[in-house]
Design a protein around this ligand. Structure first.
Ligand code: AQP
Length: 328
């Protein structure tokens, strides 16, 4: 039985690879903390259907779903305080997505910046799913009558489209959905270490992964693009400072900013501090995740139990939708 609280939160992460620091700071960290707020009912899922929009291998996809499951749990997601499940095991998502596909104007989908980026990135396989992804995302949120969506800055436009879907449906068929808003303390976008003009991404350049060993973290940070002179600001240096804001102490942040002002900042020292802090922050995570990955049956059971709970709510919404649009 899922309690009805004051606010419903819904979000997911694509099972398209191992999660990185951007996924953690932009989304997963909130997924872990939000269920502690007793006024919120939380639904968090693994977006395995969204993973089909970009090139994938069946065996790898299967392993990635388990890997992402272990990542959510090792990061501290409490499955007794939220509903946690794989998107593909709750069929109501795709049924509602089809209804939204028939409601959303094509032009709204075509102007999504992520669609425009992805069709350039995956020129060899531009499938229709890349275009209709936001209709499925609207369904992911609205099937639970979601009100608030914890996402990183890059997903804001998709949440706006979910608002459009809710508004259009409500106007045509009667008030059914809330118009969901993004849940974000501060817009956040962690950039790629090698190309700070692009966001850090699972499928892009080498990202800083939550699984990385201290040696890997240090190696990746050492290679991070900075600036030609110690006092110079650049996108790469600001990206390192952004990471320091999340993984450094106030003293460290102020200290490095002072050095930057005095033009005596040594990038190698900033990188070393970051590497030590990030590896320390995720030390317990790495251990827990290893233990969880050794128990694939347990992970599958967690997903199955979560899906059963999610279906009870999703089924009710779909019934209401079908009645309102004349399918029942
Ligand atoms: N660089 C980032 N900075 C802050 N937040 C980020 N997110 C992703 N990258 C950053 C947030 O992580 C959540 C899950 O994202 P997703 O995997 O569902 O989709 P995505 O945005 O397409 O993520 P990636 O890592 O870039 O994956 P690929 O390479 O597969 O496309 C979202 O809340 C997102 O905002």
């Amino acid at each position: 039985m899922i309690e009805n609280k004051q606010e419903t939160i819904v979000a997911g992460i694509r099972a398209s690879g191992k999660l990185h620091i951007g996924n953690y700071l932009g989304a997963l960290k909130d997924f872990v903390s939000l269920p502690n707020d007793k006024t919120k009912t939380c639904f968090f899922f693994i977006a395995d259907l969204h993973a089909l929009t970009t090139p994938f291998e069946p065996k790898v996809l299967k392993d990635t779903v388990l890997d992402v499951t272990a990542t959510y749990l090792a990061a501290g997601l409490d499955i007794n305080k939220c509903v946690f499940f794989p998107q593909s095991q709750v069929l109501e998502h795709t049924e509602l997505a089809w209804i939204f596909n028939c409601l959303l104007p094509l032009g709204e989908l075509e102007r999504m910046t992520q669609y425009k980026d992805k069709i350039l990135q995956h020129k060899e396989s531009i499938n229709a799913g890349l275009l209709t992804y936001p209709a499925l995302m609207a369904a992911d949120i609205l099937i639970y009558k979601g009100q608030s969506v914890p996402v990183g800055d890059d997903q804001v436009q998709h949440v706006e489209l979910a608002r459009v879907a809710a508004r259009k449906f409500n106007n045509r068929f009667g008030k059914t959905f809330f118009e969901p808003k993004t849940y974000m303390q501060k817009p956040l976008r962690i950039m790629s270490l090698s190309d700070p003009a692009k966001k850090m991404s699972k499928t892009g350049d080498e990202a800083l992964l939550l699984d990385d060993s201290p040696e890997e973290i240090s190696r990746k940070l050492k290679k991070a693009v900075t600036a030609s002179e110690p006092g110079k600001k650049s996108a790469g240096v600001e990206n390192l400072f952004l990471l320091l804001e999340h993984f450094g102490t106030e003293q460290e942040i102020a200290g490095f900013r002072d050095l930057q002002k005095n033009e005596t900042l040594k990038f190698s020292e900033l990188k070393e501090t970051l590497a030590n802090n990030i590896s320390g922050y995720f030390a317990e995570f790495r251990e827990k995740k290893k233990e969880l990955l050794a128990k694939p049956d347990f992970l599958a059971e967690v997903l199955g139990d979560g899906a059963a709970k999610a279906r009870t709510v999703a089924g009710e919404t779909l019934l209401e939708v079908k009645q309102k649009i004349g399918l029942l």
